[in-house]
Design a protein around this ligand. Structure first.
Ligand code: NDP
Ligand code: ZN
Length: 352
């Protein structure tokens, strides 16, 4: 098989590999469509995970099952499937404890393009097929189905972790595709006023379409300062973080948060950085402000539930897709777009 890989830190290219072996509970899948993630860029160009060599990239795809192991019950060759970016080991005790994303070690549920080859291959391997794949509903276009792998589950997880509820005032820091889905998650959870923090015109337009009530440009001064001014010094109930960095963004988030508020972070920080915020803004350690950070939950049930949001018109993933490429060989073009992020980009998709 052929795949588009991280050859070494900072270097990508196509490589040839043997087809993965399919265990008794596993599946082999051929991609129908794939999408690159900002996380692929952090991994290749920012040494965020540590060095990887000849590892096929990608964790966003839908596809067609090519082969299944003997114990797989619900999927067979020819089935069109949704594939979550996170494919936990459902037998692990961490899964039983409710932290499937941390099965097989912290963040060990993240296997594609982290601890094994990803989905940018002409074939890719899915562990525990019955537990992790979902049937692709006929109503969902394959390009849009790729948004169910990571962008929708990750964004919605930010609002879940923060516990957004009816009438909350929410700030969403970062309105790339992940932040836009965090914003949509907040709206679906019943948020009242929703501040979207970003600057590019295209993302601002889509943030409004998903339900943002106020736009804050972080180039125009401190984010907390602008949001506190807009709320008569009250601040917000919840902050969802999907952009910015470890050094400045948490400081802003803790500062703008009301006592008792909480933060849901899904931003992939650089493992070499420290998260910094002021203790005074945290009520000198006693302000009942909570920070949650989590990898998107994966697995089949989650995929089926989120697909229902798309099928029933609660989330329109087509607004996220700004660039479409035809052909597997165009994966490098899509990665290049993610690397340099032109102003009109939200998310590229490659139809294989
Ligand atoms: P994008 O780069 O597309 O979006 C980043 C957003 O952050 C943009 O709106 C940008 O604003 C904004 N931003 C940039 N700098 C700042 C700043 N200093 N202060 C405030 N906002 C800022 O990223 P994605 O949406 O693709 O991904 C977001 C993050 O989520 C990434 O780190 C990605 O790796 C991570 N991720 C996490 C997952 C998980 O499971 N937890 C899964 C998938 C992704 P603008 O461009 O408008 O100026
Ligand atoms: Zn991702």
């Amino acid at each position: 098989m052929r795949g588009f890989a991280m050859i070494e830190p900072g270097k990508t290219g196509f490589i040839e590999k043997a087809d993965p072996k399919v265990g008794e509970r596993d599946a082999l899948v051929r991609p129908l469509a794939v999408a690159p993630c900002t996380s692929d860029i952090h991994t290749v160009y920012e040494d965020a995970l540590g060095p990887r060599t000849n590892m096929i990239l990608g964790h966003e795809a839908c596809g067609v099952v090519v082969e299944v192991g003997r114990e797989v019950k619900d999927f067979q060759p020819g089935d069109r499937v949704l594939v979550p970016a996170i494919t936990p080991n459902w037998s692990d005790v961490y899964s039983q404890a409710g932290y499937a994303t941390d099965s097989d070690g912290m963040l060990g549920g993240w296997k594609f393009s982290n601890i094994k080859d990803g989905v940018f291959g002409t074939r890719f391997h899915v562990n525990d097929a019955d537990g992790n794949l979902a049937h692709l509903p006929d109503e969902i276009d394959p390009a849009e189905a790729c948004m169910l792998s990571d962008m929708i589950p990750t964004g919605l997880h930010a609002s879940e972790m923060a516990g957004v509820t009816f009438g909350d005032t929410v700030a969403v820091i970062g309105i790339g595709p992940v932040g836009l889905m965090a914003l949509r998650g907040a709206v679906l959870h019943g948020a009242g006023r929703v501040f979207a923090v970003g600057s590019r015109e295209k993302t601002v337009e889509v943030a409004k379409a998903y339900g943002a009530t106020d736009i804050i440009d972080y180039h125009n001064g401190g984010i907390a300062e602008q949001i506190l001014a807009a709320t008569d010094g009250q601040g917000v109930d919840k902050v969802l973080i999907a952009g910015g960095d470890a050094e400045h963004t948490f400081e802003e988030a803790v500062k703008m948060l009301k006592a008792g508020g909480s933060i849901g972070n899904v931003n992939y920080l650089n493992g070499h950085d420290n998260v910094v915020f002021n203790a005074g803004d945290w009520g000198v350690g006693m302000g009942h402000k909570t920070i949650h950070g989590g990898l998107m939950p994966g697995g089949r049930l989650r995929m089926e539930k989120l697909a229902s949001l798309v099928v029933n018109g609660r989330i329109d993933p087509s607004l996220l897709i700004t660039h479409r490429f035809e052909g597997f060989d165009k994966i490098p073009d899509a990665i290049e777009l993610m690397h340099h992020k032109p102003d009109d980009l939200i998310k590229p998709v490659v139809i294989c």
